[in-house]
Each structure stands twice: as structure tokens, then as C-alpha cells.
Design a protein around this ligand. Structure first.
Ligand code: ZN
Length: 321
């Protein structure tokens, strides 16, 4: 891989999806998958909805899958304009362990060979497409010492996200011109694009399905994929690059744990570019992340009203999966 140029993103920052019931979501991701709940907060635009962030032991960018639980939405309709799968990495020798664990939990799991690596493909309880790929990449993630999963088998950040496209070359051009990705291969109809020098979350994979209908958000859908930049200056350069590639970005929005811009890729899927910092430990003790409801300062005056509108989650630090 060439050295990252100074306006290219450095990888996936987080993936945000829509779930059904919040407690079922919490139990699946902390209990069965052994991720750490690193932030228990609300959707900043819709504060009667939780926003739950699951990540590695330190909440590092590149490991973070977040959810808006909206149990009253209909199930997602798969299709164009949606990110169809969020894939995680696991270390060498972990895939058999996971196959047994997922089967014991009653999940329907398929094995696939992808780009010379082995993957398990399955869905979460609300339909979100997930995969675990066994990889010898340098993973650079931090284990969670209170996880239900032994350190050597814990999920090690994102491996890839997968999207369907009607017009693959258009999105391919945007990934390379707008975000700095490079096309690195093709396998089984999927085109792989990579960015960054290593570590988790540096791949996007596209499949062209010219006749496919448009997808629709619902439970089990990816809401958006966020890509990483180092800091505000880097984000400003990426923002210009995205605009120059023809996809108008929003102004910078302060998400408190990071700063974000949003835009759509040419196929319609929502993307974000988020700064690595300040990070999840900016407003709570790193040891106690996720244990209580955290609100950004501008929502803190409404805490009583917001808490009254949220169903209790229970104890998130003791997983029950
Ligand atoms: Zn986001």
C-alpha cells in the first residue's frame, strides 16, 4: 500500500446501525459477541432514543459498532443504497471457537472463503448482516478484561464493510478520488478497496447488482459508515476532497466524542468522516465507560426528561449472554 496521502481517510471509524429492542441488542453484543459497551448515550438528534456504542476494551476508532434501537420500525429492506454487512476480524485460530459459540446460541451461520481468508457469516437478532473473518493482519486492538470472550478470541475491529451498487464504477471512483481508497482485488463478485497503512477497518467491498431495487432503512439496517481522520485539519482537507469528488458534505457537526461530516456515496449509502479524538474517555473514567447514561453538555439540562423517556437497560457491565 502507498503511504496515506494527507487528505485520505485512514480507515473505518465506526459503523452505526438500527436495532430492535435495546436490551436484546445489549445482550447480543456484550453477552454473545463479548464487545464492551463503551458509551451509553442518546441519539443527539432524537434524544428519546438510546445510542449504544460497542467497541474493544479501550473504545478505539476502528472497533466501534453503534446502534439506534428503534424497535417500532419495520425490518430493513435489503438493496442499493445500504451498507449490507459489517464484518469484524478475529485472530488466527479463532474461527472454530466462534463457529461453535454462534451455533450453540442458535444462530444460522454460513462459512465462506473470501479473498483467501475464511469467514463466518450470520445476522444479529434484528437482522443486521455480520461476519467474522480470521486474519493474520496486525490488529492493533485492545482486549476487554471483563468480556465474556477470552482475550485471544475477542473481535479485533472491523475487517470490511460490504455494499451493493447499481453502478460500481461510480462508487469506485468516489472511494478512490473522494476518500483515498485503492482497488486491491476482486473475489466472488466483490471488489475490494483498501486505505491506510494497517490496523483494523481499512476495507470497503462493493458488489455490482444493476437490477437490484433500492434498500430501505429499518431494523437490521446499517444507518451509516464513518471513516477516520486524525484531527480537525485532516477532516477539513478530506471535506474538500469529498466535495470535489461530487458528493456535497454537511458542515462539521460536534458529536462531543468526535467531530463529524456526513455525505452520501454515489449509490446512496450514508457515509461520515469523524475525527479520532477526543474519544470516549473525555467525559467519563476509562474504567467505567458505558456504565451510566452520558449526555453531551448541551443535553445535560434535559437529563430528567430524557431519562424518563428511556426504558431501563439493566446492568450492561455484567453480560448475560
Ligand atoms: Zn456516526
Amino acid at each position: 500500500m502507498p503511504a496515506p496521502v494527507d487528505s485520505a481517510v485512514t480507515g473505518i471509524h465506526h459503523v452505526t446501525a438500527i436495532s430492535g429492542d435495546a436490551r436484546e441488542n445489549l445482550s447480543f453484543y456484550t453477552g454473545l459477541l463479548g464487545l464492551r459497551l463503551v458509551k451509553r448515550t442518546v441519539n443527539q438528534d432524537v434524544p428519546d432514543t438510546y445510542h449504544l456504542f460497542y467497541a474493544d476494551g479501550e473504545g478505539r476508532p476502528g472497533t466501534d459498532l453503534t446502534f439506534f434501537p428503534w424497535p417500532n420500525l419495520p425490518p430493513a429492506r435489503p438493496g442499493i443504497g445500504l451498507t449490507m454487512e459489517a464484518g469484524f476480524s478475529v485472530g488466527e485460530g479463532s474461527l472454530d471457537w466462534w463457529a461453535e459459540r454462534l451455533a450453540a446460541a442458535g444462530l444460522e451461520v454460513t462459512s465462506e472463503a473470501r479473498f483467501g481468508e475464511n469467514a463466518l457469516v450470520f445476522r444479529d437478532p434484528h437482522g443486521l448482516g455480520l461476519s467474522l473473518t480470521e486474519t493474520d493482519d496486525p490488529l492493533g486492538t485492545a482486549p476487554w478484561d471483563r468480556s465474556t470472550v477470552p482475550a485471544e478470541h475477542q473481535l479485533a475491529g472491523f475487517h470490511a464493510v460490504r455494499l451493493w451498487e447499481r453502478d460500481l464504477p461510480r462508487t469506485a471512483r468516489f472511494l478512490t478520488e473522494g476518500l483515498g481508497f485503492e482497488e486491491t482485488g476482486e473475489d466472488g463478485g466483490w471488489h475490494r478497496f483498501e486505505v491506510g497503512a494497517g490496523g483494523p477497518g481499512r476495507r470497503v467491498e462493493l458488489r455490482e447488482l444493476p437490477q437490484e431495487r433500492r434498500g430501505m432503512w429499518g431494523t437490521g439496517a446499517v444507518h451509516h459508515v464513518a471513516f477516520r481522520v486524525d484531527d480537525d485539519d485532516h477532516q477539513a482537507r478530506t471535506r474538500e476532497r469529498v466535495a470535489a469528488a461530487g458528493q456535497p458534505p454537511t458542515e462539521v457537526i460536534d458529536r462531543f466524542w468526535f467531530r463529524s461530516i456526513y455525505f452520501r456515496e454515489p449509490g446512496g449509502a450514508l457515509f461520515e468522516v469523524a475525527t479520532d479524538g477526543p474519544g470516549f474517555a473525555v467525559d467519563e473514567d476509562a474504567r467505567a465507560l458505558g456504565e451510566r447514561l452520558i449526555l453531551p453538555p448541551w443535553l445535560e439540562p434535559r437529563r430528567a426528561e430524557i431519562e424518563a423517556g428511556l426504558a431501563p437497560l439493566g446492568d450492561a457491565t455484567v453480560a448475560d449472554g
